[in-house]
Write a protein that binds this ligand. Structure first.
Ligand SMILES: Nc1ncnc2c1ncn2[C@@H]1O[C@H](COP(=O)(O)OP(=O)(O)OP(=O)(O)O)[C@@H](O)[C@H]1O
Ligand SMILES: [Mg+2]
Length: 359
């Protein structure tokens, strides 16, 4: 069986930064778990090769010695533990819009426009903005192969954050020397801005922007500080956060300023339909199981939708966990009884219970 992603409108690519821990390590996962909130970790994420594991021919498979079989199974388990990023319509939209804005903002002298990705928890916001960052970095590297640019900075808005904490997130990403207790926030921010201007950073990604609560004075300070960065850096800012429209990020004078400069792309659960089936097909295409009949998972698309409530994260977990179970148990196929056994997250399980109790 040759497994490819053809036949689906979606493409697949491994996101090694999200490999689950505890999976069989075939030597490929260990150095890929660095957090992407440091330059080193981010670069490894950008340049990591997708996991490639080919299924052995049935004859070769049956001839494996015990030790060979163990190594082969470990490599397949590691492969299934890695997240495969499916290019969903939201990801396409975010990467296209992000590219357009970076191109337009290069020539912009006044207020630059940004992008806001907003949706419920676990709807793929972080995955999407990291894909945008990755595509942008690879494109910049291809264009300027020998430069020491840092095209992207990826930071997370700190919870109950202060401007100092935010500036330190930037400094941490860049690996600037530890900040002394007496160094004030403007000094840190200035140092960060200098490095980013020298490194020609043109995309700044700020995740978890819902932590910015403009109703509190700490949140207001943080937002002023973010504004300082946007005004001092010739870069496009991309934000992602949970239900940003309702979280207070866009309210008040500061919020309205931000809203006036940002395009908003929503993320959410998938309705049951073509794109859902394509998503299931793309995930099925990455399976490396000996007894799995191609197409059998797509036939379960409706069941999978009912189990996961259309949530991409729950689907990714369910298929990956079931594939690993199929290898460990020797069944080598994703059948409904096996899928039934896999626990998903609390949110999806309770949504399924609610749906079945109202039936
Ligand atoms: N494009 C994708 N392809 C495959 N799996 C995906 C994709 N997007 C998201 N996932 C899965 O969904 C999970 C949750 O995604 P992600 O962390 O990006 O969501 P989020 O919206 O940022 O969540 P939170 O609100 O909790 O920060 C991921 O760990 C991954 O398993
Ligand atoms: Mg996230």
């Amino acid at each position: 069986m040759v497994v490819t992603s053809s036949g689906s409108a979606m493409t697949v690519e491994a996101d090694p930064s999200q490999a689950e821990s505890g999976a069989g390590d075939a030597g490929q996962l260990e150095d890929r778990r660095l957090p992407t909130s440091t330059l080193d970790g981010w670069r490894r994420f950008v340049h990591a090769d997708p996991s490639i594991v080919e299924l052995l021919h049935a004859d070769r498979w049956s001839e494996l010695s015990e030790a060979q079989r163990r190594d082969y199974d470990e490599a397949r388990i590691a492969h299934h533990a890695e997240l495969v990023v499916v290019t969903t319509s939201a990801i396409s939209e975010i990467t296209e819009e992000g590219r357009l804005l970076t191109l337009m903002n290069q020539r912009e002298i006044g207020a630059r426009r940004g992008l806001m990705v907003s949706g419920a928890a676990a709807t793929g916001k972080t995955t999407a903005i990291k894909q945008l960052g990755r595509v942008h970095e690879l494109r910049t590297r291809a264009r300027f192969p020998r430069s020491d640019r840092i095209p992207i900075v990826y930071v997370t808005c700190p919870p109950k954050g202060s401007p100092r904490k935010l500036a330190m997130e930037f400094a941490r990403f860049l690996g600037l020397p530890p900040v002394g207790a007496r160094q004030n926030v403007t000094d840190i921010a200035d140092a960060v801005c200098r490095v980013l201007i020298d490194a020609r950073t043109d995309l700044v990604i700020v995740d978890e922007i819902h932590n910015l609560n403009l109703q509190t004075s700490a949140g207001e300070d943080l937002s002023d500080h973010l504004k300082y960065f946007t005004e001092h850096l010739p870069a496009t800012f991309v934000y992602a956060g949970i239900d940003v429209e309702r979280s207070g990020v866009f309210t008040g004078t500061r919020g309205r300023q931000l809203a006036g400069r940002c395009s908003l792309i929503p993320t959410g659960p998938f309705p049951y339909g073509d794109e859902w089936r394509q998503l299931v097909a793309a995930m099925e295409a990455t399976l490396r199981l000996h007894q799995h009949r191609p197409g059998a998972l797509v036939e379960q698309a409706k069941y999978l939708h009912a189990r996961t409530g259309g949530m991409i994260g729950s689907l990714a977990h369910l298929t990956r966990a079931a594939a690993i179970r199929a290898i460990l148990s020797g069944t080598e196929a994703l059948t409904q009884p096996l899928l039934d056994k896999v626990r998903i997250d609390h949110a999806a399980e309770s949504a399924t219970r609610r749906a079945s109790s109202t039936r």
